[in-house]
Design a protein around this ligand. Sequence first.
Ligand SMILES: [Zn+2]
Ligand SMILES: [Zn+2]
Length: 115
Amino acid sequence: MSSSPVRCSYAIQLLVSNHDISNKYTTELDRVPKARLTKDQTCPICSIPFLDDPYPLVVRLPCHKNHLFDMDCIRPWLKLKTTCPLDRVDLKPKKKEIPKPAIADDEEEYDDMYA
Ligand SMILES: [Zn+2]
Ligand SMILES: [Zn+2]
């Protein structure tokens, strides 16, 4: 009789699911208000018209003004890739530029000749 120890891999799975960097990005995407949606606009991923949902949560990718997706559809995609599923434009958020420390403006005072 040999008993094989069963190793628990839950810890690893937890680590993987915590790897959620893109989540912040998706929540920062441009939301499209329902009033701006038309009946013929569908989600390219599930192909369901946005307006089928009484409370559509639609986001626009920055690559194209007509690249609209259900938040629920694009979110899992963006966890795997950083490209638009339609045109494969890389959507990686640009690194925020750290504003340079303001250089003290020397207020040059001109000594007016015509004093
Ligand atoms: Zn969808
Ligand atoms: Zn696109």
